[in-house]
Design a protein around this ligand. Structure first.
Ligand SMILES: Cc1cc2nc3c(=O)[nH]c(=O)nc-3n(C[C@H](O)[C@H](O)[C@H](O)COP(=O)(O)O)c2cc1C
Length: 166
């Protein structure tokens, strides 16, 4: 079993989560790569793809990577977002990511909040398309924190076990 953790990250939150996920993976050979360097994925059985939610969806770079994952791979999706965990504003981005995956490939998802710089929140708050999540993002200070990273590690273990069992 060989696992790839791949991610994109503008300000480091998703990268932090990706590193915890990588650490959490046991019982598999593993690599971690930014999505821009992921290249040939033929050799991997499980691919864990992570991104920051941007404009309610998946950044284009990650969307086009997920879209090109061939059938037969197992896929797990993780993301950080400023909006509330489990809230509709974050979940729409997971729907978008899941729609791009090959049929029957998905093992599971993990999401947690990621801090947004206060200057950015203030700037985006004035734009109607961003106001909803920007308001919620005021409460994301300090995330991803230690408990988020621990949760992500456990999730990664569960994803690889699930892939093995299938
Ligand atoms: C331009 C921009 C757009 C964003 N759009 C959303 C959004 O639609 N919903 C949301 O919950 N968070 C949004 N965020 C917050 C990021 O998803 C969050 O801060 C994330 O943890 C950033 O991850 P990164 O450090 O890996 O780039 C946005 C942030 C930026 C800078």
């Amino acid at each position: 079993m060989k696992a790839l953790v791949t991610y994109c990250s503008q300000t480091g939150n998703t990268e932090k989560l990706a590193r915890a996920i990588f650490e959490g993976i046991e019982q598999a050979e593993k690599d971690i790569l930014p999505v821009k360097d992921a290249g040939d994925i033929k050799g991997y059985d499980v691919i864990l793809c992570g991104f920051p939610v941007q404009a309610h969806s998946v950044p284009e770079e990650m969307a086009s990577f997920i879209k090109n994952i061939p059938e037969g791979k197992k896929v797990a999706i993780f993301a950080t977002h400023g909006s509330l965990r489990g809230g509709e504003l974050a979940i729409t981005a997971f729907y978008d990511a899941l729609r791009l995956t090959p049929k029957g490939a998905v093992l599971g998802t993990f999401g947690c909040r990621g801090q947004v710089k206060s200057g950015i929140i203030e700037a985006l708050m004035n734009k109607p398309e961003h106001k909803g999540w920007a308001l919620e993002a005021q409460g994301a200070i300090g995330h991803p924190h230690e408990a988020d990273l621990e949760g992500a590690k456990e999730w990664a273990k569960a994803m690889v076990s699930k892939a093995r069992a299938q």
